[in-house]
Structures are given as structure tokens and as C-alpha cells.
Design a protein around this ligand. Structure first.
Ligand SMILES: *C1O[C@H](CO)[C@@H](O)[C@H](O)[C@H]1NC(C)=O
Ligand SMILES: *[C@@H]1O[C@H](CO)[C@@H](O)[C@H](O)[C@H]1NC(C)=O
Ligand SMILES: *[C@@H]1O[C@H](CO)[C@@H](O)[C@H](O)[C@H]1NC(C)=O
Ligand SMILES: *[C@@H]1O[C@H](CO)[C@@H](O)[C@H](O)[C@H]1NC(C)=O
Ligand SMILES: CC(=O)N[C@H]1CO[C@H](CO)[C@@H](O)[C@@H]1O
Length: 814
């Protein structure tokens, strides 16, 4: 069988055998030094009290530090489009990790969800039957995996994956190709809750073979606690050129159906199992397939809906005669139609974005048909998107895997993409992107349940802005509105026990809320600090505004006009933090920025640099709108701030961390963050108008020689802080490597021509994380030098797309 190039297994990606084991196990239980614990005690006590009260009131704890998730180290490419829920898959073939309920990531592997192969010889004698996964099941004990995992290979290149099974002992070579609709610049298919599995069965003998591929699935998400008794029913269907079984039920009062389907084909005989008991040993299903190679067709004749009050499993079997020396493709799809979701403290139903095209009811079969009809074009588009990177011989191999596989978080980040209500829609201006593209939110992390945490999204947003710019814009329009929102509720700031207003007007929020409360209304779910005092949120808003307004290459003045007032208010408010009147804002001597345990005192390179960058784009925006007064105002500020930045922080080699006595000499990996951002948005030459090129080069080299090379011999990325010849142990975060910061730093190096250093910096970390610790598709926020990580499944590492921006901009220079 000739494969088209787009379907061939890519040379690059996450590649393991189906019995792969990782060499190093890490844990989430980092124990800081006693000194750090001592300084954190008040916070700790308040946190524990908050935790007890919230748990007692059955409220959602935003960041759970008590029951932390330990990485399972089993993951492969998850399935599903963007914002309609995802189902994780293990590289051993598991269906695991369900993110269908918006407020929780469920780390369950469901034994009943699997594929089974049956091979019969020319005399219809069964010569082989096996699950097409190799992990160990704890239920359905008669479903055996008889594969030799050593002879099966997994390749993951998000959003696609391949498994090759060498069954040559039985005359068969089998390849599964899994595709989910995650397609850059496509807003129609990319929101669909589905995945397609194409099975390519090759008969490598001269004799006929009869091969059955069965797809089995069950109700719920494998959670005994959450999958409460509810009526479940199943029904067989024929629709257009698809056939299969649909299982109706609901998850916490949210209607959800699972559909498994197969495309009809004259060479394929499809049979259905409308009901099996996933609590049994599974021998009914197993024996039937073994004997018949298909399900009992007499049972599906009645076409009645079956109702069930417990557990129910369904199946579709595709049986095909494969002539000697020939092959057959079997096309299957899985669709989970969960049109609306409920947030815990919100009575309103929110409809998913796909319902705008596919309807609020009974969309499942339409999606099945659409997916099985259109997946070849999805594959083509994904292939064309990835091709320039995969074929670029000057890019390192690991990067070709990293750049696409890190994208998993776009769909698998607890992401919701919602349709707006009609009344809200009509209130919006015509060019408001939310009108057409709905509302988008993803979690800061699987364990950090806050939507769109803006300080972190600032890093991650390049992945969206480059590939789905209109989703990014829609998110940003929401943020602009939230700036003016007030939430008067009083909350206790866990950091210092002060009672504060949850959201003050005219401030940039930290996040769009917690799906376990009432997100989009109750914004600022983050409980640790009073974020209205944060020094980086405002500048990050301004910088993102400018980026979104110039994504197309030209200045979109509609966006600038819509956002300018908010930007101006925020910048003038931030100026209140310039106590010494040098045009530059200062930090407060508390962790008042995204490094929320790391104290910055006086002017810091991190917040100061962001401030300079924001001033620079304010001038550009004021000039575009011809507001001369403002333009001059910001220009004057920038001129003064720039000089002061240099005077206060430059030490001859790099920019000091801040203006404190004992910490200022700490080398911060992220000290050039503001300039990194300007680089990302195409202002790479402009930054030398703010700070000299020679100083940027010098600082980058200092970081590389210390934070990277002197930390774990350069094999772990850049440690956040480096002082006195070692990693900075002043607080927890200063001794961490932030995966997203390491990618951003690497991008900055590449942009500034330190190309080898840039790739080496990121390579060490990516390879340690994926090859040693097994954290691929689970990328944590932070890694420590030894034994631990923090917060798996995290947003910030999507910043790897800034490396791609830097690379492309370097190439266009040549
Ligand atoms: C489905 O399965 C669960 C177990 O995973 C079972 O306890 C439950 O009753 C069923 N749930 C629904 C919604 O039918
Ligand atoms: C799996 O990969 C190995 C090594 O790359 C190769 O020798 C083998 O043929 C592959 N197996 C299958 C089933 O493709
Ligand atoms: C499909 O199954 C039906 C019923 O078992 C049988 O009559 C028919 O011949 C089969 N077709 C093929 C192509 O195997
Ligand atoms: C298999 O098919 C190919 C191409 O059709 C042919 O060249 C080859 O001789 C066949 N092999 C056998 C063993 O029949
Ligand atoms: C089309 C196809 O799958 N052909 C395979 C059939 O089996 C022979 C070996 O007998 C293979 O070489 C072919 O690739």
C-alpha cells in the first residue's frame, strides 16, 4: 500500500515502543529549606485554614497543594478539537484523563474503552485476538493484550498520532492513524469534540485473512464518585455513510453522548454491540468476537433504545476480508457531544462554540458524518502546517517534536470555547471578534483552576496568536471588559491576611475566574495576593494589545481604538508605583508579579523591562491614533525611564535582579522579558532604541554561562535565579526552572543571534523532561534540580511558540 506523504509516519515526534518505561521518577512533593518554610509559615497557616473552610463548604479550591497530582508518565497525544473537552490517550493505547467536566481534570484510565483486533485465517479459524493496547487492565479480565509490545511503535506529533503493530506472525501489519481537528486558522472544524482513527490493515501473506477491528466504549469518565447513577441508553444507527452506536447519558446534569462509528464500505461488514457489562469479566464480548469476528447481528435488529441504570458499554466491530497481498483501511470516529456546560456556582448553561454550526441538540451524528467526510482535508492541512518545520534541516530533531507536542495544552488545558448569548452578541460592536468567534478560556494548569491567568497567558499567548489569532483576540476583548469590572466581594489575601476587594475597577484581573465557581462573572479567583498591586499585569495587557493589533502585519486601528482607553488608564495607574519619579515603576518589596513567592524590591529588571516595553508600544499606539499629547507624555516617560533603568540596574555584565541589598546581584533568567516580548512581535530592531544591543548580548551570555551551564551541567534549562555561583535558594521559585521561561529565554537568544545557545538551553530541559521524567503531554510549570517538579499540565510552556517566531524572523533576515 502506497501512503500519501501526509499519512506517512513522520520521522520526528515523540517515539516510543509500547512497553516503554522512563528511567527517572519525579514527585510533586518538593520540600523547601526550613528557612523558607519559616518565612512562609503565615501563608501556610492561612492556606490550610482556607483549604479546610473551602473543603467543608464544598467550594472549589483553586490551587490544591494538599492533594497534588503525581505524574502518571503514560501519556500520548490527547484527542479532541479545541474547547469541547478532551480525552487523554496513553502511548500504550489507554483512554485516560478526561477533561469533559469543566471544573476538573480526571486522571482515570477506563479499561472498557479500547480497540480489539481479531484475525482469522482463510478457513475462518481465529489465529489471533488481542486488545490493541498494552497497559495492564484491572477489570474486564478476559480482554487480553497478546501483543508483543517490543514490536509495536508509537509516534506522537500533536494533534496526530500513529501506532504501528507488527503482527507478522499472523500475516498482518497494522497501523492506526489518529487525527483530531486542531487546525491552525480553522475555526469551523477545530472546535469539534471528536477524533478519527484510521486503521490500515495490510495482509503480508498470499492467503486471505479475515480481520476485525472492534471499538469498545463505556459510559462516564471512569470515576466512581462523579459518575453518579443516571439513566443511560444506547442505540444503533445508520446515518449517511456511517454506522455505529450512540450512548446517551449525562455528566453532572450536563447532557453528553458518546458515539462510536465506522464509515461504511463495501468491503467492510459492520456489526454493533448495543450493550455489554463493563463490570463483568468481558467474556461475552471477547468470546463472540473470537468465534464470529463480529457482534450478534440479530440482537441489533430490534433497533430499540436500551435503557440502563448502571454501567453500560457499547461496541462497533468492522469485519473485513483481506485478500492475500492486499490491504484495507477502516475509518472510525469517536464523538462526544456535550453541547452545554454548567459551572458549579452558575445556573446558566453555556453552549459550546460548535453548537453554532452543528446545533444545540443531537449534533453527534452530524459531527460523525462531518468528521469521517472531512478528516482527509484535516490531515492535509495539519501536514502542510507542520511540513516547513519538519523539513527544515537546520532545526534540531528534538525541537520538531517539542514545538508541536507542547501544543497539546491548547486543547487539553481544560479548555472551553463557548458561544456567546444572543443578547450579549447584539450588544457588541460588529468588528468585536467575540461576536463571530465566541469566548475562549483555558486553565492556568490542570491543578491551577483559573481561566486565562493573564500573567501566564502572556507567555503562552504566542501559540494562539500565531495559529488562531482570532481566538487570542476574542480572549483579549474579554480581558479589556474585565478591566472595568468590579467584584465588591471581600476576600482574605492569603499572603498577608489583609481583607481586600476581590476585583477593583480599572485594574487588570489575574484571571477570568474558576470553573468551580462562576467564571467570567466572578473574575480573580486567585486567592494569594491583592493583584491590583501587581506590577506586571498592566504592562502585559498593553503589550498584548499591541501584538493583537499588529498580528496581520499592519496596524488594525479598530483594535487600538477599542483598547486604547483601557491601556491609558492602566498605564497611568501603574505610574503611581513610580515613587521616586524617575519614570520607572518600582516593586513593593513583596512578590507583586507572576513570580508570586519571589520578592522584588525597588526597580526590578523583570517589571522594569516590561514597563519600558509597554511605554514603547504606548507611544506607537498614541501615534497611530494621533493623540499627540499622550505620545509626548509616554515619550518623555520612556526617555527618563530608560536612563534610570540603565543607571539603577546595569552592573557591567547583566541587569540586576532588583534594587535590594542582598538580592540585587541575583542573575534572573527572565530579566529581559519585556524585550523578549518586543522581539516576538516584530520590533526586534526597535529594542536597541531602548537598551543597547551590547548589553542585551552580554546579559544573555551571563545567563547562559550561569543559569544554564552551571545548573545541572546545562541539561535542565535555565534556573530562574543564580547567585554566588549557585542557584538562588532565597525562595522556592528562585531555585526552580520554569519550563515556559526557559523556552522564552531560548527564543530571545535565537532572536539575538545566539542560536546554538538558545537551542541548547531549551533542549536540555525538554529532553530531560520527556526522555527521563516522562512528563510529555504533562509539561509542568517548574522543575527542580533533583527529584521534583511542580504543577503538571501547565499553560506557560506554550511560550515555545516564541522560539518559532524568533526562528522565522531570523530566517527572513537572511
Ligand atoms: C456509568 O458508569 C459509572 C462507573 O464508571 C457508574 O457508576 C454509573 O452508574 C454510570 N453512570 C451513568 C451516568 O450512567
Ligand atoms: C519500530 O521501530 C523499530 C526501530 O525504529 C523498527 O525496527 C521496527 O520495524 C518498528 N516496528 C514497527 C512495527 O513498525
Ligand atoms: C456481513 O454479515 C452478514 C451477516 O452476518 C453476512 O450475511 C454477509 O455476507 C457479510 N458480508 C461480508 C462482506 O462479509
Ligand atoms: C504482491 O503484490 C505485488 C504488487 O502487486 C507483487 O509485485 C508481488 O509479487 C506480490 N507478492 C506475492 C508474494 O504475491
Ligand atoms: C498492499 C499490501 O499491503 N501489500 C503487502 C502484502 O504482502 C506483501 C508480502 O507478501 C507485502 O510486501 C506488501 O507490501
Amino acid at each position: 500500500m502506497e501512503f500519501q506523504a501526509k499519512n506517512a509516519i513522520p520521522k520526528y515526534g515523540f517515539k516510543v515502543k509500547l512497553n516503554h518505561e522512563y528511567p527517572e521518577r519525579r514527585s510533586p512533593h518538593f520540600r523547601p529549606s526550613l528557612k523558607i518554610i519559616w518565612t512562609m509559615l503565615p501563608l501556610l497557616f492561612r492556606y490550610i485554614w482556607y483549604y479546610i473552610v473551602y473543603t467543608f463548604k464544598r467550594k472549589s479550591v483553586v490551587m490544591d497543594y494538599i492533594l497534588m497530582e503525581t505524574a502518571k508518565r503514560i501519556y500520548g497525544v490527547p484527542i479532541g478539537g479545541i474547547g469541547s473537552g478532551t480525552i487523554g490517550r496513553g502511548f500504550k493505547g489507554e483512554f485516560c484523563r478526561f477533561q469533559l467536566r469543566p471544573n476538573i481534570c480526571e486522571y482515570n484510565t477506563v479499561d472498557a474503552d479500547d480497540f480489539i483486533i481479531t484475525i482469522k485465517d482463510k478457513n475462518h479459524k481465529t489465529i489471533f485476538q488481542s486488545c490493541l493496547s498494552t497497559y495492564k487492565k484491572t477489570s474486564l479480565t478476559s480482554w487480553k493484550s497478546n501483543l508483543n509490545p517490543d514490536k509495536c511503535n508509537y509516534t506522537g506529533l500533536y494533534p496526530r498520532a500513529w501506532i504501528e503493530y507488527d503482527l507478522s506472525d499472523y500475516g498482518i501489519f497494522l497501523i492506526c492513524r489518529q487525527t483530531s481537528p486542531v487546525i491552525p486558522h480553522d475555526y469551523e472544524s477545530s472546535c469539534l469534540p471528536c477524533s478519527v482513527f484510521v486503521w490500515n490493515i495490510q495482509n503480508i501473506t498470499n492467503e486471505d485473512r479475515f480481520v476485525t477491528i472492534s471499538f469498545m466504549f463505556k459510559n462516564g469518565t471512569g470515576s466512581k464518585k462523579l459518575d453518579k447513577q443516571a439513566t443511560t441508553s444506547s442505540k444503533g444507527f445508520y446515518y449517511q455513510n456511517c454506522e455505529g452506536v450512540i450512548l446517551y447519558h449525562s455528566l453532572d446534569k450536563m447532557q453528553c453522548s458518546y458515539t462510536i462509528a465506522c464509515k461504511t464500505n463495501e468491503n467492510v461488514n459492520i456489526s454493533k454491540c448495543l450493550e455489554f457489562n463493563p463490570k463483568s469479566d468481558g467474556s461475552d464480548v471477547w468470546n463472540q468476537l473470537e468465534e464470529e469476528g463480529q457482534f450478534d447481528k440479530t440482537k441489533e435488529k430490534s433497533h430499540k433504545t436500551r435503557h440502563n441504570f448502571g454501567e453500560i458499554g457499547i461496541g462497533v466491530a468492522a469485519y473485513s476480508k483481506i485478500l492475500g497481498n492486499s490491504s484495507q483501511a477502516i475509518e472510525m470516529a469517536l464523538v462526544w457531544d456535550m453541547p452545554s456546560i454548567l459551572f458549579t456556582e452558575d445556573d446558566k448553561r453555556h453552549f459550546r462554540y460548535y453548537t453554532e454550526k452543528f446545533g444545540k441538540e443531537n449534533a453527534a451524528l452530524k459531527i460523525v458524518h462531518f468528521a469521517l467526510q472531512n478528516y482527509p482535508s484535516w490531515e492535509e492541512k495539519i501536514y502542510n502546517w507542520q511540513k516547513p518545520v519538519l523539513e527544515d534541516s537546520s532545526l534540531p530533531d528534538w525541537y520538531k517534536s517539542a514545538i508541536f507536542n507542547e501544543c497539546y495544552f491548547i486543547s487539553d488545558g481544560g479548555t472551553v470555547w463557548l458561544a456567546l448569548d444572543e443578547d450579549l452578541k447584539t450588544s457588541l460592536k460588529d468588528h468585536d471578534p467575540r461576536k463571530k468567534y465566541g469566548r475562549f478560556a483555558y486553565l492556568e494548569g490542570h491543578e491551577y483552576r483559573m481561566y486565562n491567568s493573564y500573567d501566564v497567558h502572556f507567555y503562552a499567548s504566542h501559540a494562539l496568536s500565531k495559529n488562531w489569532p482570532l481566538i487570542q483576540q476574542s480572549l483579549h476583548y474579554d480581558l479589556k471588559d474585565f478591566i472595568f469590572t468590579e467584584v465588591p466581594e471581600k476576600i482574605e489575601e492569603l499572603y498577608n491576611g489583609k481583607i481586600i476587594e476581590r476585583k477593583k475597577p480599572d485594574t487588570v484581573p489575574h484571571d477570568a475566574g474558576n470553573p468551580g465557581e462562576c467564571p467570567f462573572n466572578l473574575i480573580n479567583a486567585y486567592p494569594i495576593h491583592d493583584v491590583s498591586n501587581w506590577r506586571d499585569l498592566g504592562t502585559k495587557f498593553v503589550l498584548q494589545t499591541f501584538r493583537d493589533a499588529t498580528t496581520s502585519g499592519q496596524m488594525d486601528t479598530n483594535i487600538v481604538k477599542d483598547m486604547y482607553q483601557a491601556c491609558d488608564i492602566i498605564m497611568r495607574k501603574l505610574l503611581e508605583f513610580d515613587l521616586d519619579n524617575d519614570g520607572l515603576i518600582e516593586n513593593s518589596g513583596t512578590p507583586d508579579q507572576t513570580y508570586d513567592t519571589w520578592v522584588m524590591t525597588g526597580t526590578s529588571s523583570y517589571c522594569g523591562g516590561l514597563w519600558l516595553a509597554a511605554l514603547y508600544v504606548m507611544i506607537k499606539m498614541a501615534s497611530a491614533l494621533e493623540i499627540i499629547e499622550d505620545q509626548e507624555f509616554y515619550q518623555d516617560l520612556l526617555d527618563r525611564a530608560r536612563q534610570s533603568f540603565d543607571k539603577k540596574l546595569w552592573n557591567g555584565k547583566y541587569y540586576n535582579f532588583d534594587c535590594s541589598k542582598d538580592q540585587k546581584s541575583s542573575i534572573m533568567a527572565d530579566q529581559l522579558n519585556g524585550f523578549w516580548y518586543l522581539n516576538c512581535i516584530g520590533l526586534n530592531l526597535d529594542i536597541y532604541k531602548i537598551i543597547p544591543k551590547s548589553k542585551i548580548q552580554s546579559a544573555l551570555k551571563e545567563i547562559y554561562n550561569n543559569n544554564v551551564l552551571k545548573f545541572c551541567q546545562g541539561t535542565m534549562g535555565a534556573v530562574n535565579g543564580f547567585i554566588n555561583g549557585q542557584s538562588n535558594k532565597i525562595c522556592v521559585q528562585s531555585q526552580e526552572v520554569w519550563t515556559g521561561v526557559t523556552y522564552a529565554l531560548a527564543a530571545m537568544m535565537i532572536q539575538e543571534g545566539l542560536i546554538e545557545e538558545g537551542f541548547k538551553t531549551a533542549e536540555g530541559m525538554f529532553r530531560s523532561m520527556t526522555e527521563k521524567f516522562g512528563l510529555i503531554f504533562d509539561t509542568p510549570e517548574a522543575l527542580y534540580d533533583k527529584s521534583c517538579y511542580r504543577a503538571i499540565g501547565y499553560m506557560r510552556p506554550l511560550s515555545i511558540w516564541s522560539m518559532q517566531l524568533a526562528w522565522e524572523s531570523r530566517k527572513s533576515l537572511k
